[in-house]
Design a protein around this ligand. Structure first.
Ligand code: FES
Length: 204
């Protein structure tokens, strides 16, 4: 589904993962394809591009913004008051704007075997390979950016930053979701959610 004026896709397209470990969506031949709800089950995650520009209807590589799709057991996912769960979580699936709040590196899902993730959570975290910040895949939390384009930074819903593990000090923002049958589309809650660390993307 494209935004007619800007020719930007609001669906998510699988990207090459940055790991040498085996990855399910590579094995299933899905790179460059649209992510569908039926591809996921609890424990699966994927690196995707959101808001890609199109050319003759096809996504143009390199034009999207980085995101992660993760599916957890619904009952295991902590969600804060003040936001509508159904706006962000579909059958345990949620989307993270993948720009580490330390220096904006792209984090990953199962980049490392769990025993090397160095948390005592007992399950996989979202791991930033640059300076080892980690984010709790089962907990969503409200945050505020310390500054923004118009002064005080935006309040946002994010994936929980594991305290004292790496230098990032707050979570990465979530992308609101909508379901269209088996399709998943990302909605832009507030562009200021995604503007931090002087980070700008053309399609936000
Ligand atoms: S950029 Fe992620 S920990 Fe530094």
């Amino acid at each position: 589904m494209a935004e007619s004026q800007r020719n930007v896709l609001d669906s998510f397209i699988y990207e090459e993962p940055r790991t040498s470990l085996p990855v399910w969506y590579v094995e299933e031949g899905l790179i460059g394809q649209e992510a569908l709800l039926s591809h996921f089950n609890p424990g699966r995650g994927a690196a995707v591009a959101w808001r890609m520009e199109t050319q003759k209807g096809d996504p143009r590589p390199g034009t999207g913004v980085p995101a992660l799709l993760l599916m957890m057991e619904e009952s295991a996912l902590e969600f804060p008051k003040g936001y509508v769960r159904e706006d962000f979580v579909i059958q345990g699936l949620y989307a993270v704007f993948n720009c580490c709040t330390h220096l904006c590196c792209q984090s990953g899902w199962q980049f490392l075997p769990r025993e090397r993730q160095r948390t005592d959570l007992g399950y996989d975290t979202v791991y930033c390979p640059c300076h080892a910040s980690q984010y709790d895949s089962r907990r969503l939390e409200q945050y505020r950016h310390p500054r923004g384009p118009r002064g005080e930074g935006a309040e946002y819903l994010g994936i929980y930053k594991v305290p004292k593990v790496g230098p990032a000090n707050r979570g990465m923002p979530l992308i609101p979701l909508e379901r269209d049958g088996d399709r998943i589309v990302g909605r832009l809650k507030d562009p200021d959610w995604y503007r931090y660390q002087k980070f700008r993307r053309r399609n936000l």
